[in-house]
Design a protein around this ligand. Structure first.
Ligand code: IMP
Length: 177
């Protein structure tokens, strides 16, 4: 079994590059069917989703746009709640068919707090495509429409996902030993 070292930790291969590509193709096929005749706008959440977003988007055959955004969270000045905003969003989202592209939904906190700011702009629809989902870790409700793989609650790296900035540069996915 292939292993990699990232910083001080050893990870073993969990999903091969071939298995990942096959699943991404299946997701793209489904999206192509679901969005026939529409012009979706993909919103890829940086940094983790860049590889999944590229592989998925290459196989989209309906007219489509893609934008890469960063999500930043901060404490609001007046409220104690967490405010989540995006950086790099230039498009008008009004009446658009949005497909959010994520690397992984873990607790669901990030998307749960981000979705209302998208809804405020009154898009025609919002769907979420995530490469990975950790159902055991998810405590914030997020509607997931396209899930690459549901995985156990173990830390993973590769295929865009990092451990402290490193490990994104693999076509396969690796799990902490
Ligand atoms: P959530 O808000 O808890 O759903 O967190 C999602 C974010 O946490 C993802 O976009 C990743 O950046 C990061 N994350 C969660 N689990 C992992 C993992 O196993 N490996 C690498 N990053 C992870």
């Amino acid at each position: 079994m292939a292993t990699i070292r990232v910083h001080d930790r050893v990870f073993t291969e969990y999903l091969s590059a071939a298995v990942i590509q096959e699943r991404v193709t299946a997701l793209a096929t489904q999206i192509n069917e679901d969005y026939a005749g529409k012009k979706p706008l993909f919103l890829a959440i940086l940094n983790g989703s860049f590889m999944f977003a590229a592989d998925l988007f290459k196989q989209i055959r309906v007219e489509a746009e893609i934008s890469f955004i960063k999500i930043a969270s901060y404490q609001g000045m007046r409220s104690t709640g967490q405010v989540v905003t995006s950086i790099g969003m230039e498009q008008d989202l009004h009446e658009r068919e949005l497909i959010i592209v994520e690397d992984i939904v873990d607790t669901g906190k990030t998307l749960h707090h981000f979705l209302p700011s998208l809804q405020q702009q009154q898009p025609a629809s919002i769907r979420i495509a995530t490469f990975l989902h950790k159902p055991e870790a998810t405590t914030f409700e997020v509607p997931l429409d396209y899930v690459g793989f549901s995985i156990p609650n173990k830390f993973v790296v590769g295929y865009g996902l990092d451990y402290d900035g490193m490990g994104r540069n693999y076509g396969a996915l690796y799990q902490l030993v």
